[in-house]
Design a protein around this ligand. Structure first.
Ligand SMILES: Cc1ncc(COP(=O)(O)O)c(C=O)c1O
Length: 397
């Protein structure tokens, strides 16, 4: 089957909500993937921050294989050991053992839907979210998403959400009041181009919400599970939020999300008020446990922090006129390209054997597996100057 045939079949069978992807992948190992023609690529996207342990990691393969052969699914009328163990582990990692509770679901959007419902259960009408933020595509998550173009085709949204500029503590302080149920934000904005807020922003958000009795909901769907070199990036700010939402890297490629609430917020949902058939699925939970255990056992937090710095410094030290700078933390990086041609650079990178993501017209996002090796990072840094030079040439022609 040629790549062109795959694309034609895709167009004939799948809805056009993504456009037609340019590549058909057949298999992967670690941070490498191969397309259906046998061509190898270095995967610097990692399923968009999902494949924390890369592709076909033995720990995930073993956990999933053993679990599906033992107990593949239970309903919400039964307890399973993997779900119990995962909830306890997440609470432990988030400092919520005893006071916290977990809702297991299937995606980031669903984790945020849960947070939305928790916020509604406070009885307060208003939710504050941030401009440029992204929280998912379901209606509640979309209502929290500060990108008007994504919301517009689906208006009216669930009401009560107000947006403030991201990273601006004064703007936050000016809108959060006694009617505010929750402030919802990403501790580093991912989809809007890897935007890191000022260091005092998260502590300020914590202080402002606590003062007004509002919940602080942190969407760590993209930043969580070791991506930034910490288990959760808010931990580097030394704060404890009321709610943390997770997905992406948690399942290492299997679909799982979690909404973790700590303190009073953990008790706002009562029986019958929320649920999902697949939430807590034992196979997905077993995969998530394998991911968490491997990150800890293999020192992948330190590795992500160090390798992220190495890549960011390496790109900045090129001093290339097309690179305006590198933003990000750990292995969530945005290479800011001067001019709105990030998509062309991503195409050139793919042609050269590197998968990167033009997350914004002027930004290339890297969110590689945490198991990316130093040598693989170097491979990218060696090829990048040539790609940028070619882009510069194309620009002047
Ligand atoms: C910060 C953040 N929240 C939520 C989501 C939605 O997650 P999902 O696509 O699993 O629904 C995403 C996806 O990109 C995200 O980056």
């Amino acid at each position: 089957m040629s790549p062109e045939d795959s694309r034609l079949r895709w167009q004939a069978a799948l809805m056009d909500n993504y456009g037609t992807p340019p590549v058909t992948l057949a298999r992967g190992a670690g941070a490498e993937v191969w397309d259906t023609t046998g061509r190898r690529y270095l995967d610097l996207v990692g399923g968009i921050a999902v494949n924390a342990l890369g592709h076909a990691h033995p720990a995930v393969v073993r956990a999933v294989t053993e679990q599906i052969a033992t107990l593949g699914h239970v309903s919400n009328f039964a307890i399973s050991e993997p779900a119990l163990c995962l909830a306890e582990t997440l609470l432990d990692l988030l400092g919520g053992t005893g006071t916290g509770r977990v809702l297991l679901c299937n995606s980031g959007a669903e984790a945020n839907e849960t947070a939305f419902k928790i916020a509604r259960r406070t009885g307060r009408p208003k939710i504050v979210s941030t401009e440029g933020g992204f929280h998912g595509r379901t209606m509640g998550a979309l209502a929290l998403t500060g990108q008007p173009a994504k919301r517009a085709p689906f208006e009216p949204m669930p009401p009560g959400v107000e947006f403030v500029p991201y990273g601006d503590r004064d703007a936050l302080a000016s809108v959060v009041d006694d009617d505010t149920a929750a402030v919802v934000l990403e501790p580093v904005q991912g989809e809007s181009g890897v935007i890191v807020p000022p260091v005092d922003y998260l502590p300020a958000a914590r202080e402002i919400t606590a003062r007004r009795g509002a919940l602080l909901v942190l969407d760590e769907v993209q930043t969580g599970i070791g991506r930034t070199g910490a288990w959760f990036v808010h931990q580097t700010a030394g704060i404890t939020p009321d709610v943390v939402t997770l997905a992406k890297g948690l399942g290492g490629g299997l679909p799982i999300g979690a909404c973790v609430a700590i303190g009073d917020a953990a008790h706002l949902l009562s029986p019958g008020q929320h649920g999902t058939t697949f939430g807590g699925n034992p196979v997905c939970c077993a995969a998530a446990l394998a991911v968490l255990r491997t990150i800890a056992a293999d020192g992948l937090l330190d590795h992500a922090a160090a390798l992220g710095k190495e890549i960011a410094t390496g790109v900045e030290e090129l001093g290339h006129p097309l690179v305006a700078g590198v933003r990000g933390v750990g292995l969530l990086l945005g290479i800011a390209r001067t001019g709105p041609k990030a998509a062309d650079l991503a195409t050139a990178a793919r042609t050269a054997g590197f998968l990167v993501n033009p997350v914004q017209p002027d930004t290339i996002r890297l969110a590689p597996p945490l198991v990316l090796t130093d040598a693989q990072a170097q491979e990218f840094l060696t090829v990048l100057p040539g790609l940028l030079d070619q882009a510069l040439l194309d620009e002047v022609q």
